[in-house]
Ligand binder design. Structure first.
Ligand code: ZN
Length: 233
């Protein structure tokens, strides 16, 4: 007879100070980590209960994977993936790293919710090339009204210069003396547009992957912006 010993590590902090902590109703052994105080099981009946599944799903959400792809890879139901997406995105807080910026670039990208082209959602966002962070964004139609809402969000920051392309909605919002117009001034944000398209397939042109609900759509983009600013979730 041979005996196999399995070392159980905490899936949250990878600590080794793990003790048995009763048996669950399913008959599975429950463990307690003395390091971080969290409880866990060695094996879970459902994929959605595994601590690794949530981490993997969130990483895939900002790596251009659709909800159904994530559900298939992790074995978690797609409604659970959507719940994690919304919960994580709504907990994300955006605080500018500085109070003043020499220049901020603003651009817009075309997205849609539900049936293609019928429900267009324009995303206007402001990007600071100095720190490589997305400062603010607004959703709406491709009008001055949406640009104004974005501009108001930047009101608390000292910004020397706003750079945009020559779309008419931009002409009246930033003060003329601090407004630079032309593709040469929006080089960096055009690169960010490309980066966003490789991180979230909802804004890829002619995509077949899109949100049916606005909340999911907005939160998916918020999560990608947060990942862009912090390189982690
Ligand atoms: Zn632990």
């Amino acid at each position: 007879m041979c005996e196999i010993t399995i070392q159980v590590n905490c899936p949250y902090c990878h600590g080794v100070k793990v003790v048995k902590n009763g048996v669950k109703r399913t008959g599975r052994q429950n463990f307690l980590c003395r390091g971080c105080g969290k409880q866990f099981q060695f094996e879970y009946a459902k994929a959605g209960c595994r601590p690794q599944s949530r981490r993997l799903a969130l990483a895939m959400l900002v790596r251009n994977s659709g909800i159904r792809d994530i559900a298939t890879v992790t074995g978690v139901h797609r409604q659970t993936v959507l719940r994690w997406l919304n919960k994580q995105a709504e907990a994300c807080e955006f605080r500018p790293r500085r109070q003043s910026y020499a220049s901020v670039q603003i651009d817009e990208v075309w997205t849609f919710v539900g049936e293609r082209k019928r429900r267009k959602r324009w995303l206007f966002y402001a990007y600071a090339p100095e720190t490589g962070e997305v400062l603010a964004w607004s959703w709406g139609n491709r009008s001055q009204h949406t640009v104004s809402r974005l501009y108001r969000q930047l009101g608390q920051l000292k910004i020397d210069c706003f750079c945009t392309d020559d779309w008419p909605a931009f002409t009246k919002v930033p003060p003329r003396e601090r407004h630079l117009v032309g593709k040469a001034f929006t080089r960096h944000i055009e690169g960010v547009n490309l980066w966003l398209r490789t991180r979230n397939r909802r804004i890829v042109r002619k995509t077949a992957c899109f949100s049916k609900k606005e909340r999911n759509h907005y939160n998916a983009m918020k999560l990608v912006f947060y990942y862009r600013n912090h390189h982690t979730l």
